[in-house]
Design a protein around this ligand. Sequence first.
Ligand SMILES: CC(C)(COP(=O)(O)OP(=O)(O)OC[C@H]1O[C@@H](n2cnc3c(N)ncnc32)[C@H](O)[C@@H]1OP(=O)(O)O)[C@@H](O)C(=O)NCCC(=O)NCCS
Length: 167
Amino acid sequence: MGLISLRQLTGNDLEKVRLHRNAPETNHWLENQRPISAESQAKWFRHGGHKSFRIIMLGDEDIGLARVKFNEQLHCTSVGMDIFKEHRGVGLGKRAFREVIREGAKYSRILDLWVFWSNVAAVKIYMSYWFEVDTASPAIHYPRYANHQLGFYPYVRMTKSPDSSGG
Ligand SMILES: CC(C)(COP(=O)(O)OP(=O)(O)OC[C@H]1O[C@@H](n2cnc3c(N)ncnc32)[C@H](O)[C@@H]1OP(=O)(O)O)[C@@H](O)C(=O)NCCC(=O)NCCS
């Protein structure tokens, strides 16, 4: 079992991250499903968009992408996590999220995220670290295909306050 760590995203990571974000298995769970072109990503990078992201590492191998962005208006830090496809389903997401929370806690006491409630693996992880549904923020219903059928799926805000347990 190697050590999980986070590192800054560099220009060398762009193509890998872009392919990961555009892959249907990842894209399905993102709020914004528009495919990212190499040109728009390069522009995003030049403007510093990558500063809100980290590469998740297991030992010296890249295994995923984390988002950590302080929100000045809400005074909380938005976090997020994807594990690269070939590393999913073996417990790494659960382990990695502890590091994502630690990184987020450097910026603010309250953390938040948005997740599709039907994303069982993600919701399980977030709840295991004591994130709770923010009942004050109404769920947004986005169209998604599941089993070849179009439906409207709730996308919910979850928050974690400093007095909750679990990392
Ligand atoms: C969601 C995601 C980060 C989870 O990471 P992971 O490494 O695959 O998850 P883990 O192996 O740590 O499993 C976490 C839990 O979910 C369960 N799980 C894993 N894959 C599952 C699946 N496909 N369906 C249902 N449950 C699943 C595991 O059994 C585990 O539950 P447990 O704690 O009760 O044992 C990863 O699958 C992913 O990147 N998905 C695509 C992008 C995405 O959805 N990002 C999150 C957006 S909010």
